[in-house]
Ligand binder design. Structure first.
Ligand SMILES: [Zn+2]
Length: 118
């Protein structure tokens, strides 16, 4: 039975073939902190929606050691860019970054966010 029922998620499927080709050999992504050589394991992003379609707007990718730094910087940028914008955008969230996975497949780490919210 190869027929999967994607239901409401079917909207994003038509794009998947191309992006999976591009990501068949993902390069390691580095932490956003320039002096850091660690691979990124977290993605700082805000869910964005136009009412029909939603995606993640990425603010930064980082390692565990710089999670607090990058998260707070992203939150500050988010506040600055949200002023004067009518776009609907959720709060900044922390996601587990896994190369080759699409945004909608990433796991949001609510417990970690609580540690870094002011
Ligand atoms: Zn780092």
């Amino acid at each position: 039975m190869a027929n999967l029922n994607f239901g409401d998620d079917a909207r994003g499927i038509s794009l998947s073939t191309r992006s999976e080709d591009n990501m068949s050999r993902p390069l390691p992504v580095r932490c956003a902190v320039a002096s850091c050589d660690e691979p990124a394991t977290y993605k700082i992003a805000a869910a964005w929606s136009d009412g029909q379609f939603s995606e993640l707007k990425t603010y930064g990718l980082c390692c565990h050691a710089h999670l607090g730094t990058v998260f707070r910087a992203a939150a500050a940028r988010r506040l600055a860019s949200a002023a004067g914008s009518a776009e609907s955008q959720d709060e900044i969230g922390i996601y587990r970054f896994e190369p080759g996975k699409r945004d909608r497949q990433l796991q949001r780490l609510w417990g970690l966010e609580e540690n870094y919210r002011a």
